[in-house]
Design a protein around this ligand. Sequence first.
Ligand code: 13P
Length: 286
Amino acid sequence: MPLVSSLELIKKAREQKKAIPAFNIHNLETIQAVVEGAVELNSPVIIATTPGTLKHAGIANITAIVKSLAEKNDIPIALHMDHCPSFDTIVSCIQSGYTSVMIDGAHHDYDANVELVKSVVHMAHAVGVQVEGEIGKIGGVEDDLFVNDADAAFTIPEEARRFAEDTGIDTIAVAIGTAHGMYKGEPKLDFDRIKGIGNLVDIPLVLHGASGVPDASVRRAIDLGMAKVNIATELKNPMVAAIRESLSNPDENDPRHYMGAARDAVKEVVKKKIRLCGTEGFASEF
Ligand code: 13P
């Protein structure tokens, strides 16, 4: 089927205390891994790219691959731009066929963040594309963005309510104790904060930094209203491990072998995360 709106998926997931997994991809094989895993489990899925991935692979190339795989398969697939600080890049993504975008203004002060996000909402909504915004500051490394522990800031529920209202965003990324990348110790999610934000904010909540978070914590966050779960690092690690293992054979020189092994390894994690999000079989409801 053609690419679908992320929001349609996320809203329906929230009604059933599920979350739509959003997987950050980097190239052909990682896109295939996500789509094949989702098809095998009959799950809707969001495919996400960062600005760094677009620099690496090209917007037109990524969009063409994702569209072609979406059209060949009978599950709903959305194409999402993740953590984009640039209005102009978002325009290019939308022109190319992305169905949702995240404008990341979290490094600005409140008023500048609102102005930037509002301008993207105004433009994107005019052509039926949904917008995710972030309030608070999620720590860790994502692409070229690095937020150290001292600068990371938890989302204040009342500020989240005001931000959603002031900007008109469709979904909201909140900082509640997760971080991008893997954790040194066990991450402690602030479940009371998720509850507090959920009590004040109508729109669906987005959990960033889900890699390395214990399954039970992700599940509890979903029960409390997180309706989109972002996963990046946990796909990268098995990918590189599979490639290393293939290349331990010094005669191996066929990219189809080592990249094929990488794809299979990524697909296994994709399936695990789909089950965790509760969306196995959910594609039939769309
Ligand atoms: P992880 O790398 O921790 O999975 O974070 C992914 C993410 O939040 C992308 O926006």
